[in-house]
Design a protein around this ligand. Sequence first.
Ligand SMILES: CSCCC(=O)C(=O)COP(=O)(O)O
Ligand SMILES: [Mg+2]
Length: 238
Amino acid sequence: MTQTTQPPVRAVLLDIEGTTLPVSFVHDILFPYARKALPQLLRTRADDPEVSAQLAEIARLAPGTPPLRQLDAWMDADAKVAPLKALQGMVWAQGYADGVLKATLFPDVVPALRCWAAAGVALAVYSSGSVAAQKLIYGHTTEGDLSSVFVGFYDLQMGGKREADSYRRIVQDAQWTPADVLFLSDVVAELDAAAQAGLQTCQIVRPADGTQPGTTHPVAATLTEVARRFGLPHAEAA
Ligand SMILES: CSCCC(=O)C(=O)COP(=O)(O)O
Ligand SMILES: [Mg+2]
């Protein structure tokens, strides 16, 4: 019988929602905050080039629809659309600055990420949330600023998370070898796309989020379990 061995993991690419952060934080705190704050952002900063560029993109994607109505429709559908994600990131910045928003990561996340980074494993984020929003989350956690553990942040500018080419672009940008990279996500379609691009994969199945395990990828409930399964260092072993 032939046995396949996994190449050692040299880099870990991580999803956010449902992987490092509870789905409830995104849906019950971040999204309602953005829905409430977006009308004022469009009223007061429509001429700001950062905002007007996103308004132009909305007009390109949904010609003739008033921007706020289109943003509401995308939020209702939880659509992962770049201009919505960019504008959400802009309003969240104020919430983090005011101290109203603070990210509570799953308890296994900070020790695992610190341990992996200290051991020389390259860590990067890939989320539908904008790079600015990702840096805000990891820069404002209940356990302090974690953003320096990451060597890269990737968003929808790389393409959709269910498309294999997005993972190829990320790996190329980071100058990694696909087989050396482990992608962690709660969503099987994202893992399928990453596997198609040659990455190793593991589904994070968080009981708190009620994630349903699939059958086609290794499964782990915590990053500690990921470490054991993929030969990464873990805090207890340090
Ligand atoms: C990074 S900010 C909040 C996440 C977000 O806006 C979102 O849509 C969730 O996307 P993910 O790709 O992390 O599931
Ligand atoms: Mg997710």
